[in-house]
Design a protein. Structure first.
Length: 226
């Protein structure tokens, strides 16, 4: 009598095969790797301890607590990195709404196409008198704008494009210097560039606004939006 034997095939899991063949899972987290190293070290210490002077339970407990702390910090770092990425993505979408708008940002450059241009001044504490000197590429003063008292904050200004002698200033790039005084004493004042937001980029240093004057600034640099 012939007995038929049915052949069966058992499929081993990939994890088991990797373990048998000494292949490590490349997707293992750094926290798991830290735990493995710690446990290997702890087991080695226990195997090689002096029987007459065994490891103190308090010492083992302390080491386990250290492992828990390291693992917790590693997980926290991963969570924070993920959160930062999500926040930056959200900020990028919000900043995209500024595309096409004009802004005032730190700087002292100004362009004229024959009809003048806009500029701005940042006054932290205000001033009794504000003076803006517009200069050409050679450093010569083309136009002086003498303004009265200005309150603290951002002042938006308009240069009509004319020089002090009444002629139209040449088309090109200019710079401007700001002077502010209160009771004949100089006070802090800084120039602001007027430019249009052309695009938004997400860099390692945060959200950047790419402007029409080829500058890239942080959203925190924007003093006023038009």
């Amino acid at each position: 009598m012939t007995t038929s034997v049915q052949s069966t095939t058992n499929t081993a899991s990939q994890a088991l095969l990797n373990s048998v063949n000494g292949i490590k899972n490349t997707a293992a987290s750094s926290a798991s790797a830290t735990q493995d190293r710690f446990m290997t070290l702890l087991v080695t210490q226990m195997k090689n301890q002096d029987p007459l002077n065994p490891m103190d339970n308090a010492q083992v407990t302390s080491q386990m607590a250290q492992l828990s702390t390291v693992t917790g910090i590693d997980k926290l770092n991963t969570t924070v990195e993920s959160l930062i990425g999500s926040v930056q993505n959200g900020q990028s979408y919000q900043a995209s709404s500024m595309i096409g708008h004009n802004v005032l940002v730190p700087g002292n450059a100004i362009n004229s196409t024959g009809t003048g241009s806009y500029l701005g001044v940042d006054l932290p504490i205000g001033a009794d008198k504000l003076t803006v000197a517009i200069k050409d590429s050679a450093g010569n003063t083309v136009r002086t704008l003498s303004l009265g008292a200005q309150s603290a904050g951002t002042a938006s200004l308009n240069w009509d494009g004319f020089a002090d002698n009444g002629s139209v200033a040449k088309t090109g790039s200019y710079t401007f210097d700001v002077t502010a005084t209160t009771a004949s004493q100089s006070v802090t004042a800084s120039g602001l560039n007027y430019a249009q937001v052309m695009s938004v980029s997400n860099s390692t240093s945060g959200i950047k606004l790419n402007l029409s004057n080829l500058a890239s600034v942080s959203t925190s640099d924007v003093k006023e939006i038009f």
